[in-house]
Design a protein around this ligand. Structure first.
Ligand code: 6PG
Length: 481
């Protein structure tokens, strides 16, 4: 009997996905560049299963039923192109290649188009949930050539996480849409992690709470509106003790790594002109954390405020909880707003309710909160911005006073809270009908004759003023928004 699907790349995510596919009753053939890894897998985790090992791509392709499905779980970038080049020589029209890595959406777009010309159906899919998710049910975000969807749907939906019986896997859209949505997921993941870190630092350094105390607070917050995988694991991490009985967290070096998906999200937001401030701050916060030696040096030369917290701890904790929740809402509102712009720019029809549903289970950002987002888009699929949904208008109204106090506390104590504070600045800007950009336009016109529109004239009519009496009457010919 031929295998239903082939998988290339037996690193931990690949291995776990194969085991998951096998558990769901599909026959899988596997290939890995280094044969030892294949042998170790077959004699180890895959022992006693129906999983078939192969030792060349030719052999893998021969072992598959037609039309074939080959899934790549390899490092994003040129490695993906390398395997595609080999597969193209062996596959027939109508066969499907799935890339399940964290590929850049523009690469996926290019590959979908190039393979379409060869009669092959390409899918680029986000797979989120880490090792555990891959093994027991990840969130899967497939996009690419739509003709491939019906063929791969039974496998991908079977292995995905389920919430209320619904699979956390739905077709996202053409070309790079699946990987785009995964990129936004990762950007939001960066934001969620950063705001949790800011809450942690305010509690530990600001309020002087111990790791155990903070662990209990996160555990408590995890039972209400902040309930999420990342808050849950944060409570566990804080409670974890090193061999000497002290919190392991205190011994972990404060320099964050990153593989690039958060940065891509920020770059895309700049490209599309959408303020994605919270995720942007989260990427920069990681960059700042990595400048460890420079920070140590600066910490000796640039003294911090000497203020100490003197208020009511319980009240302060409540304000930090408000800041965490309100900032989270801002982050998702910005992320979904960016997706809306991307859909317009790249010609996708994104279903935001379905995206929220896909993220409700299996993935790193899974949370109760995504249910509220799903409901907001269910009741208005054309919602311009999440912040305008009744539920979130109310939530922000309730959280705002505390959030503002938490930001003030961070400023007074000199504890950095870039995501909390920039989210608040965004919120204040977003709900301001008149911003100081009138002055900005005047400045541009003053030094560069860039022209401006007037409030007392129709939009689209541009004016230039000779501000000094020495300038000419000619406006700059380019007016780029
Ligand atoms: C997921 C994660 C995963 C990501 C890691 C590391 O959804 O399972 O987003 O895809 O690669 O979390 O990301 P960084 O190294 O950039 O933090």
């Amino acid at each position: 009997m031929k295998a239903n699907i082939g998988l290339i790349g037996l690193a931990v995510m690949g291995q776990n996905l194969v085991l998951n596919i096998n558990d769901n009753g599909f026959k899988v053939a596997v290939y890995n560049r280094t044969t030892e890894k294949t042998d170790e897998f077959l004699t180890g985790p895959a022992k006693g299963t129906e999983i078939v090992g192969t030792y060349s791509i030719e052999d893998l392709v021969q072992k598959l039923e037609t039309p074939r499905i080959v899934m790549l779980m390899v490092k994003a970038g040129t490695v993906v192109d390398h395997y595609i080049e080999q597969l193209v020589l062996l596959l027939d029209a109508g066969d499907i290649i799935i890339d399940g890595g964290n590929s850049l959406f523009t690469d996926t777009d290019r590959r979908t188009k190039a393979l379409k010309e060869k009669g092959l159906l390409y899918i680029g899919t986000g797979v989120s949930g880490g090792e555990e998710g891959a093994r027991h049910g990840p969130s899967i975000m497939p996009g690419g050539h739509p003709d491939a969807w019906n063929r791969v749907k039974p496998v991908l939906q079977a292995i995905s996480a389920k919430v209320d019986g619904q699979p956390c896997c739905e077709w996202v859209g053409y070309g790079g849409a699946g990987h785009y949505v995964k990129m936004i997921h990762n950007g939001i993941e960066y934001g969620d992690m950063q705001i949790i870190c800011e809450a942690y630092q305010l509690m530990s350094e600001g309020l002087g709470l111990s790791a155990d105390e903070i662990s209990s607070i996160f555990a408590e917050w995890n039972s209400a509106e902040l309930s999420s995988y990342l808050v849950e694991i944060t409570a566990n991490i804080l409670a974890y003790k090193d061999e000497d009985g002290s919190p392991l967290l205190d011994k972990i070096l404060d320099t964050a790594g990153q593989k690039g998906t958060g940065k891509w999200t920020g770059i895309n937001a700049l490209d599309l002109g959408i303020p994605l401030t919270l995720i942007g701050e989260s990427v920069f916060a990681r960059c700042l954390s990595a400048m460890k030696d420079e920070r140590i040096n600066a910490s000796q030369k640039l003294p911090k405020p000497v203020n100490r917290f003197e208020g009511n701890r319980q009240e302060a904790l409540e304000t930090i909880r408000n800041a965490l929740y309100a900032s989270k809402i801002i982050s998702y509102a910005q992320g979904f707003r960016l997706m809306r712009e991307a859909a317009k720019e790249y010609g996708w029809t994104l279903n935001y309710g379905k995206i929220a549903l896909m993220w409700r289970g299996g993935c790193i950002i899974r949370s109760a909160f995504l249910n509220d987002i799903k409901q907001a888009y269910d009741s208005n699929p054309d919602l311009e911005n999440l912040l305008l949904a009744d539920f979130f208008v109310d939530a922000m109204r309730q959280a705002e006073p505390g959030w503002r106090k938490a930001v003030i506390l961070s400023i007074e104590l000199g504890i950095p809270a870039p995501a909390f504070s920039s989210a608040l600045a965004f919120y204040d800007g977003y709900r301001t009908a008149r911003l100081p950009a009138n002055l900005l336009q005047a400045q541009r016109d003053y030094f560069g004759a860039h022209s401006y529109e007037r409030t007392d004239r129709p939009r689209g009519e541009f004016f230039h003023t000779d501000w000094t009496g020495h300038g000419g009457k000619t406006a700059s010919s380019t007016y780029n928004v």
